[in-house]
Design a protein around this ligand. Structure first.
Ligand code: C5P
Length: 416
């Protein structure tokens, strides 16, 4: 079961499904959107019903499925003359996934000869189209022309994936997987949010300090809170979200630019490169405080006939926030800086001192001794401190909810 997603909760989504084998993937999309809290009304073209049944969608959405222009209300849904206008009017977004070359062409040119195309013409909500087509149809001149028309009208056209088609051919035209589709839908729904037009930089994960070509020193940070912050900034409509990431194996949020780094020194370099016009920097990364003084160029070997072990000499890493503080005094950017404090004792006292010393607008403090908060787990328990002496204690929340609260506070500081 997927968690509720605040941005999708109670949103009215019309999901148009057209005649592509990828229609089976739309069942999963409808299911995940519903689990995220959205109210999903599915409309299927005749061709779509050759691949999957209306019952499949009805089963996962728990709502009536619309299949015909001439439907009466006996199916439990709205009679169609109301459906195509009424559903379209009340919707937050109309998503067509998968969208065949035929439906795409009809919508580009205003043809309206079935329920879905009539609805697309009548709807005043934003439109998201995920083309899916076999062979050379996606790259064809006429489809490209139609896509340009749609984009010119503000329609979001999701780029299909490359890979193997049902026909056995290989090319571009596959429907992206559900998490990617949901990421694009979130982007559309969040576009007028509190961070609209803003440039946001987030760091995430624990840095890795090399000892030799195969070994490193790191920490238990998973990067989950940082990735959740990037997603929350995207949901709030940020124009650019740069995620400077030392985390491993986490899926990149759709719309974020991920800059992978290893060491604290690399992270400093990346932060300085990406923040000259940043509205906010959120330093969620667990940056190493110490790094090996020398990195061995070859793997350090043990001697078979001895129990000797090498001694590792460490040196301090640069404090990224202190470097940022200095630059911000000169340039005014980043406009807002948020730091994080993971403490195991005297949480609030240490956090307040850190807020002042590092010149932060907000400091998010968490007690890493709690088993349900901090490193690796999906939940967190934080206190947000500000420069006015304010202190907001959030109870046990998902990292997504913590991220939304922090992003809300950042938007508030930016408004001031
Ligand atoms: O001083 P401390 O490491 O506890 O501060 C934590 C905050 O400082 C975090 O926001 C972390 O990303 C940042 N930090 C930094 N450079 C370091 C160490 C930590 O910017 N070398």
């Amino acid at each position: 079961m997927q968690d509720k997603i605040t941005l999708l909760d109670n949103k009215r989504i019309i999901l148009g499904v057209t005649g592509s084998i990828a229609a089976y993937k739309a069942v999963d999309l409808a299911s995940k959107l519903t689990q995220a809290g959205a109210l999903v009304d599915v409309m299927m073209t005749d061709a779509a019903q050759q691949f999957v049944t209306p019952l499949a969608f009805q089963s996962v959405t728990g709502r009536a499925v619309y299949t015909s222009m001439w439907q009466t209300d006996s199916s439990g849904g709205l009679p169609t003359h109301i459906a195509h206008i009424g559903l379209g009017e009340g919707a937050d977004v109309l998503v067509i996934a998968p969208c065949t070359a035929n439906t795409l062409a009809k919508i580009a040119h205003g043809l309206a000869d079935d329920l879905l195309s009539v609805t697309a013409l009548a709807a005043r909500c934003p439109l998201v189209i995920a083309p899916a087509m076999d062979g050379g149809m996606y790259g064809s001149e006429v489809t490209e022309f139609n896509i340009r028309i749609l984009k010119g009208r503000g329609v979001m056209v999701i780029e299909p994936d490359e890979g193997r088609f049902a026909s056995g051919l290989v090319g571009k035209g596959r429907l992206p997987e559900t998490p990617a589709l949901i990421g694009h839908i979130r982007r559309m729904l969040g576009r007028d949010g509190a961070l609209r037009g803003k440039n946001i930089v987030v760091t995430a994960g624990g840095t890795r300090e090399a000892i030799d070509p195969v070994r490193y020193i790191s920490n238990r940070s998973s990067g989950k809170q940082g990735y959740a912050l990037a997603q929350a900034a995207l949901d709030a409509g940020a124009k650019n979200v740069t995620l400077i990431s030392a985390a491993q194996h986490l899926p990149a949020p759709v719309g974020a630019t991920v800059v992978p780094v290893n060491s604290a020194a690399e992270m400093l370099y990346a932060v300085l490169e990406h923040t000259p016009n940043a509205d906010a920097l959120l330093m969620a990364a667990a940056v190493a405080d110490f790094t090996p003084e020398h990195v061995a160029t070859q793997k350090i070997k043990k001697k078979d006939d001895s129990s000797d072990a090498p001694t590792l000499a460490l040196t301090r890493t640069p404090d990224i926030l202190l470097v940022v503080k200095k630059r911000r005094e000169d340039t005014g950017f980043p406009r807002v800086v948020v730091g994080f404090a993971a403490e195991s004792e005297d949480l609030l006292h240490n956090a307040r001192a850190k807020l002042e010393r590092k010149g932060l607008d907000l400091l998010v403090a968490n007690d890493i001794t709690a088993s349900d908060a901090g490193f690796e787990v999906d939940t967190n328990r934080v206190v947000i401190l500000d420069t006015n002496g304010g202190q907001e204690t959030l109870g046990l929340l998902s990292k997504a909810a913590v991220a939304e609260a922090i992003i809300g506070r950042v938007a508030e500081v930016l408004r001031r």
